[in-house]
Design a protein. Structure first.
Length: 249
């Protein structure tokens, strides 16, 4: 797969000539691309475009969109991961891998046991950073749509109205079903235009508290398990997402 570039806030069309944004232009220059070379562009609206580099400046790169390929590499069911943010650089890696695996949305949460607690400007900067991580992962993995990293919220506030209409499960140490059993029930993995999607709630280091799990259950979330081993906060949601992708492959 050749060089792929995501263009935010741009709607591509045949023959459209444009200057690449700074980050994308720098990427092209580092790889020593030349006028006449082809790159692949996508705007997040589905499909991708073959484009030709028309001009290389010291700081700017001009391209022209040539032809559209109607490719679709998305999961047929939208999956949202809602998770207590793991600390240090683990959240970066989680966002990257989740984007590669096909997640549609990521909801960072502050839970009772959270080590990483963000709010205000610091939270907004982190979300913007994680969004750029997701975009880069989509460029690498061939996706044509970019998952949305939502604003950080406290779990207790988010949970009250979260995932309405979706199939919802909590990753739990006290499961009612295994994750695979839950997925195979009813129409949870039956792709259709009106499918409500899947949403998985996962705790931070130390997991969700009993009170948090109880409240989720009261609101209709089903506790599901991922086997006998204790998985890290950044591993459990990725394993669940992998199960979904594997069942739909």
């Amino acid at each position: 797969m050749g060089l792929r570039l995501f263009l935010k806030d741009v709607v591509l069309s045949e023959g459209l000539a444009l200057a690449l944004p700074e980050g994308a232009a720098r990427h092209v220059q580092v790889l020593r691309q030349q006028p006449g070379d082809e790159v692949v562009l996508f705007d997040g609206h589905g499909g991708e475009w073959t484009a030709v580099i028309t001009q290389m400046g010291r700081r700017d790169v001009q391209v022209a969109a040539a032809s559209r390929q109607d490719v679709d590499r998305e999961l047929p069911v939208a999956v949202t991961l809602a998770l207590g943010m793991p600390a240090n650089d683990r959240m970066d890696a989680l966002v990257e891998k989740a984007a590669e695996l096909g997640v549609a949305g990521i909801q960072p949460l502050v839970c009772e046991r959270s080590v990483l607690r963000l709010d205000g400007e610091r939270a907004a900067k982190k979300v913007a950073h994680w969004q750029s991580v997701a975009e880069a992962a989509c460029e690498q993995s061939g996706r044509t749509r970019v998952p949305v990293v939502h604003a950080v919220q406290p779990l207790k506030h988010w949970l009250e109205a979260a995932g309405a209409g979706m199939h919802r499960a909590t990753l739990s140490f006290n499961p009612r079903l295994s994750g695979l059993q839950w997925l195979q029930q009813a129409d949870r993995l039956t792709p259709q235009a009106s499918h409500p999607g899947l949403c998985f709630l996962s705790g931070p280091e130390g997991g969700l508290t009993d009170a948090e799990e109880k409240r989720a259950s009261e609101l209709g979330w089903t506790p599901v398990g991922l086997g006998a081993r204790v998985l890290r906060a950044d591993t459990a949601p990725l394993m669940m997402l992998s199960l979904v992708a594997g069942q739909l492959a």
